[in-house]
Design a binder for this molecule. Structure first.
Ligand code: HEC
Length: 108
């Protein structure tokens, strides 16, 4: 019986060691997935509307506003762009992760 308990405990400990790092995957990594899933790159890529240094030019709050309320953000930034940033229906977690990801975008 003792052996069985020991075996189960060992199994749980080993399994936890594998699962925890997956669960703790960083927000920026998740944000990158949301960026791909939502096809942000259709409009934001090296050729147009580059977000390549958005982590330097905008604060986290400003990035969040662009994602959550692009119309307001365009007004606030006095944008003269003819192209408009669309509003997407995202969960709070998606937005948080996107903001974390975009904050890592800094011009090298
Ligand atoms: C249909 C094209 C399109 C898509 C799709 C799109 N955007 Fe945009 N986005 C724009 C345009 C155009 C602007 C600039 C708008 C303006 O100046 O009024 C912009 C602006 C932004 C800005 C502010 C950039 C800056 O330097 O001021 C951020 C941040 C942003 N978008 C993030 C995203 C994210 C994240 C996604 C995916 C969820 C996304 N966009 C999807 C067109 C798009």
């Amino acid at each position: 019986m003792k052996r069985l308990v020991l075996a189960v405990v060992t199994l749980v400990v080993v399994a936890t060691c594998y699962v925890l790092p997956l669960a703790a995957q960083d927000a920026a990594g998740e944000g990158q997935k949301v960026f791909a899933r939502e096809k942000c790159a259709m409009c934001h890529n090296a050729k147009m509307n580059s977000l390549g240094s958005v982590g330097t030019t905008l604060t986290a709050e400003q990035i969040r506003q662009w994602i959550e309320n692009p119309t307001e953000a365009a007004k606030t930034s006095k944008s003269t762009s003819k192209m408009k940033m669309p509003k997407k229906n995202l969960t709070k977690a998606d937005v948080d992760n996107l903001v974390a990801y975009l904050q890592t975008m800094k011009a090298s």
